[in-house]
Design a protein around this ligand. Structure first.
Ligand SMILES: Cc1cc2nc3c(=O)[nH]c(=O)nc-3n(C[C@H](O)[C@H](O)[C@H](O)COP(=O)(O)OP(=O)(O)OC[C@H]3O[C@@H](n4cnc5c(N)ncnc54)[C@H](O)[C@@H]3O)c2cc1C
Length: 391
């Protein structure tokens, strides 16, 4: 088999890239190790930046999102139960965010990919990018026990944090910058109306909590927990008691309890790999960087990467210029680092760290109180929250 772009991974980055290339008439094939049901079933991101919303609309994929997604014009912060609101729409000159689950985005992308004939090979085992530093790259994999090969011009490594692509960059070239946080997020999904029509990020003496949602009838709540926390120790009632305590009495009065149908613990990590290109291989999305979920940047960063990559590849095929592909890594990383900073900062002012003493906690409270009273500080949060411009 031969194609122009071999894409490894059918997550948000890989699938979105395939759509962008398809609209430009550039051949691509996606190799994915799992099946569609598995990918669509993964409960992950829920907040889309304005940039991501704009892209889905540009691709003609905004229909269901427009009908079912929830537009948020503001977000809320709480300090020991006291809430204040940040009007992100007013502070950014009109931008908003959209609550629309990653599962829904994936469903829309897969449905449309099937209609447009975008080629996805599911259940591809032992996928390996080959000869990425040479002039004739290719990818091999096993399908029903048979070894297959896909020749291509370029390989897009969109295979997430645990994929194979990043490992193809020699250790002498690859640099990784990382921070692993000493806590995780224990999250639940329940079919109950949300406590508030907007998200509430709560800093509490006992640790961080987040009141979020997927729809007007489905709530997503998180609490900061130990990394080695045991899920079995968290029956629903214990979780509801703890989240209510951390959100504070004003919000707790509106928390509707119900049985959870999903409960999981996610570790928190900041990580960036440089460069995002090596020879004929490009990295995009979680394959190159991870952010803690505070600030909801993971999926949105993956989308921004592939917008840059698709522009560079389109330029290459349409005008013969390699300038875009040569600058892809630097251009993507410039924005990635700003989102890393925002996610790290938002995590650091809202979570309880093990080494925190009284002074450190007072500093957090002072920073949040400063934000409550400062339009300049609120604007910083708002413009990062809706997504920085694609430059
Ligand atoms: C529990 C959790 C909660 C999250 N919450 C949020 C949130 O609230 N907001 C937010 O913005 N982000 C959130 N994220 C992050 C967000 O989900 C990711 O940033 C996003 O999915 C990245 O997309 P991606 O396509 O780069 O990678 P992925 O979604 O990881 O997709 C990679 C794909 O590659 C496939 N793959 C892997 N290895 C191979 C291989 N060897 N061969 C072939 N295929 C392979 C995988 O099966 C997968 O389908 C969360 C993540 C997790 C884990």
């Amino acid at each position: 088999m031969r194609t122009k772009i071999a894409i490894i991974g059918a997550g948000p980055a890989g699938l979105m890239l395939a759509h962008l290339l398809q609209r430009e008439g550039i051949d691509a094939v996606i190799l994915e190790s799992r099946d569609r049901d598995y990918i669509e079933g993964r409960v992950r991101a829920g907040v889309l930046e304005q940039t991501t919303v704009n892209l889905l609309e540009r691709l003609g994929l905004g229909g269901r999102m427009g009908r079912e997604g929830l537009i948020h014009t503001g977000t809320k912060l709480a300090i020991d139960g006291e809430i204040f609101r940040i009007d992100i729409q007013e502070l950014t000159g009109g931008s908003t965010v959209m609550v629309y689950g990653q599962q829904e985005v994936m469903r829309d992308l897969f449905d449309d990919a099937a209609e447009r004939g975008i080629k996805i090979i599911f259940n591809a085992a032992e996928v390996r990018p080959r000869e990425v530093a040479g002039s004739r790259p290719y990818v091999t994999w096993r399908e029903n026990g048979t070894e297959r090969r896909l020749d291509c011009d370029f390989i897009a490594g969109c295979d997430g944090f645990h994929g194979v692509s990043r490992g193809c960059i020699p250790k002498t070239v690859l640099k990784t910058f990382e921070r692993v946080y000493p806590f995780g997020w224990l999250g639940i999904l329940a079919d109950v109306p949300p406590a508030n029509h907007e998200l509430i990020y709560a800093n509490h003496e006992r640790g961080f909590a987040l009141a979020s949602m997927r729809s007007a009838t489905r709530s997503r709540y998180y609490i900061q927990c130990a990394v080695d926390e045991n899920l079995a120790d968290w029956p629903d009632e214990r979780f509801w008691d703890e989240v209510a305590r951390r959100l504070g009495p004003e919000t707790a009065a509106h928390v509707v309890r119900g049985p959870s149908f999903e409960k999981s613990i996610a570790p928190l990590r900041s990580s960036v790999t440089e460069p995002m290109r090596h020879g004929k291989l490009f990295l995009a999305g979680d394959a190159a960087h991870i952010v803690p979920p505070t600030g909801a940047k993971g999926l949105n960063l993956a989308v921004a990467d592939v917008i840059f990559l698709a522009e560079a590849l389109t330029d290459f095929y349409q005008s013969g210029s390699a300038s875009g592909i040569d600058h892809y890594s630097a251009r993507a990383l410039a924005r990635v680092w700003k989102a890393e900073r925002f996610s790290w900062w938002f995590t650091s002012i809202t979570h309880r760290f093990p080494e925190m003493d009284g002074f450190a906690r007072k500093m957090q409270v002072a920073e949040l109180n400063y934000m409550r009273g400062s339009r300049a500080a609120q604007t910083m949060l708002a413009e990062n929250y809706v997504g920085l411009p694609l430059q």
